[in-house]
Design a protein around this ligand. Structure first.
Ligand SMILES: Nc1ncnc2c1ncn2[C@@H]1O[C@H](COP(=O)(O)OP(=O)(O)OP(=O)(O)O)[C@@H](O)[C@H]1O
Length: 587
């Protein structure tokens, strides 16, 4: 293990001097210099579009710099392709996965053609606690587990420098802790890690030093002992930490998880202010605009079986009232992805299950029709499911609404579309090289902002279902997204937020249900005393409160009329789910 003195005197693992990279007129990196000492975890921080991924691509050999030099352990290093980086002992985990979905985990690892693969896999599992199910098909894995495969792939190469581009965005808290521990172990054994992250808490827990990028330039840097969050935030986003919503502290790592004092979200939520307490029973909803009216979203008895016959969703029922923000917590892989797929229309539930938006049954309608009916969906893997990289930013913003810009029913009025897109870009602070820029040229966080802006702008918007809505966003953008979600709820939109971040759910939601083994628990009021502990226990299946499968409650399914519409049902709240027998074991 290296000491601070060794680290100070050793040749840097990586020395970068004067690196610059432009894409057309856009200067993504400008005169960037930094030094990564061996035996350290060096964090690269910065707002969305600051240039972090570009820097990783230059180090990893997938992009060439315009100017500047790199040295690796004292030797000149000028990779011209990713193979050069691999050959020099650099392994990289990108924001986007490079796995073959149709192959198993084991088959994906074999594609690396490494000698002694089985021994290496065993060693990584033992040393880092990163065990894998080699027989699982990658496409069937939740994103968190796919990320784990990517990280194992990198570690199998026994790298001298490991580059991780926002690796924890898709991990649950346990996965994040495991990864940060992995980073520390690598550093403690003398290796070096470059960790790109938006989470200041992660930087503080795992990092030794940090460099902050802002608009492609180095805004500051130093050891993390000298750079507490209060100093990092202004370097990253140009405004003080105090300007951010205090409820965000836990989400972005300004406060330790669990130590955050969670304000009552209803204080700023007009529709939750009176009468609709956190203790309302399951499906009670806030009834923002019309308490007697139908919920914004109603899920009834939805069952989805996996190919092996086990239940991904087991007769799940849920009501979200207009103006209510409902969270789904849970360890990934407990049915959240399948529920989002059912809502998005890519998965049809077994017979008997039903989903309605307002009064309209949408169980079997196309994704397009769902959009028309006012269901906004922000999918978990928006890079693949939420946007089209080859289309322009403007086209992505108005996907499904291109008809709004047709003139004489035929010609697309591109000028009108561009100017509408311009307005959205500035309203949502989306950094792009204009509305005509291809979506694939945007940074990950800015792509995310486009998908969110598109779904939030649906007209009408009855319900927004968003999986991990702030994943990959910088602290300022997280703040902005939370405000927009609250604004939508204040307009009467029902909101479903699936998040692996309990801090985020407690800060944003009125009530939280927990997904566990394909079932949903009864809701817990986010402001209830002890909510965090209770939800934590439910996540481990410890409280035995997952709503049991039972007869369909309160959602008759009369035959739809021609339009697919069903009659509205007044007072449609379903009763609280009775407690069930405790699940037999934690996952
Ligand atoms: N291939 C490309 N073509 C054009 N512009 C690009 C390309 N790749 C990146 N950019 C631009 O370079 C800038 C830096 O992007 P980069 O992905 O490095 O940001 P980032 O700091 O990683 O952001 P995020 O936190 O959102 O992932 C952005 O303005 C982005 O739009």
């Amino acid at each position: 293990m290296s000491t601070p003195h060794d680290r100070a005197t050793a040749v840097p693992a990586l020395e970068i001097r004067g690196l610059a990279k432009s894409f057309g007129a856009l200067r993504a990196l400008d005169d960037v210099s930094l030094s990564v000492a061996p035996g350290t975890v060096h964090c690269v921080l910065g707002e969305n579009g600051a240039g972090k991924s570009t820097l990783c691509h230059l180090i990893g050999g997938s992009l060439l710099p315009d100017t500047g030099t790199l040295e690796l352990y004292g030797e000149p290093y000028a990779p011209r392709r990713p193979a050069d980086a691999l050959g020099a002992g650099i392994a990289m985990v990108h924001q986007h996965f490079s796995l073959v979905g149709t192959l198993t985990v084991g088959e994906n690892l074999r594609l690396l053609r490494l000698p002694g693969l089985a021994r290496r896999v065993e060693r990584v599992a033992d040393e880092y606690g990163l065990a894998l199910d080699l027989g699982a098909r990658v496409a069937d894995l939740p994103v968190g587990l796919r990320q784990r495969v990517e990280i194992v792939k990198a570690l199998l190469r026994e790298p001298r420098l490991l580059l991780l581009d926002e690796p924890t965005g898709v991990l649950d808290p346990a996965g994040t802790e495991a990864l940060l521990t992995t980073c520390r172990r690598i550093a403690d054994r003398g290796g070096a890690v470059v960790l790109v992250t938006h989470k200041l808490g992660e930087a503080a827990r795992a990092g030794d030093a940090a460099t902050v990028l802002r608009a492609g330039r180095v805004a500051g840097g130093g050891t993390l002992a000298e750079l507490p969050a209060e100093r990092l935030v202004p370097l990253m986003i140009g405004r003080a930490a105090e300007s951010l919503d205090p409820a965000l502290s836990g989400t972005i790592g300004l406060a330790e998880s669990g130590a955050v004092s969670v304000p009552d979200p209803r204080a700023s939520h007009p529709h939750m202010a009176a009468g609709a307490g956190a203790d309302a029973g399951a499906g009670g909803g806030a009834g923002a605009t019309d308490p007697s009216g139908p919920p914004a979203l109603r899920v009834r008895d939805v069952t989805v079986r996996r190919p092996d016959g086990t239940h991904a969703l087991d007769r799940v029922s849920l009501d979200i009232g207009p103006g209510e923000i409902m969270g789904i917590a849970g360890v990934e892989g407990n049915g959240q992805s399948e529920l989002m797929a059912v809502l998005g229309g890519s998965l049809v539930p077994d017979a008997g299950g039903a989903v309605a938006v307002g009064t309209t049954d949408i169980t079997r309608v196309s994704p397009r029709r769902r959009t028309d009916l006012g269901l906004g969906v922000v999918p978990e893997d928006r890079h693949h499911d939420g946007c089209v990289g080859e289309l322009s930013v403007a086209e992505n913003l108005f996907l499904g609404r291109l008809g709004d810009f047709r003139r004489a029913g035929l010609f697309l009025d591109r000028a009108a579309m561009r100017s509408a897109a311009d307005a959205v870009l500035s309203a949502h602070d989306i950094r792009a090289d204009g509305p005509d820029a291809p979506m694939s040229s945007l940074s990950g966080g800015n792509q995310q902002k486009v998908v969110l802006a598109r779904e939030l702008a649906l007209e009408p918007l009855v319900c927004l279902a968003a999986a991990q809505p702030t994943r990959g966003l910088d602290v300022g953008a997280v703040d902005a997204v939370h405000s927009r979600v609250r604004e939508a709820a204040a307009r009467g939109v029902g909101v479903l937020v699936v998040s692996s971040e309990l801090d985020e759910l407690l800060a944003l939601c009125d009530r939280v249900v927990v997904a566990y083994r394909g079932r949903l628990s009864a809701p817990v009021g986010a402001a209830e005393p002890g909510a965090r502990d209770r939800i934590g226990r439910l996540m481990l299946g410890a409280d035995g409160e997952a709503a049991p499968p039972g007869p369909a409650r309160g959602f008759e399914t009369p035959p739809p009329d021609e339009d697919g519409r069903r009659p509205g049902r007044a007072g449609a709240a379903s009763p609280p789910a009775p407690p069930s027998a405790p699940p037999s074991a934690a996952p």
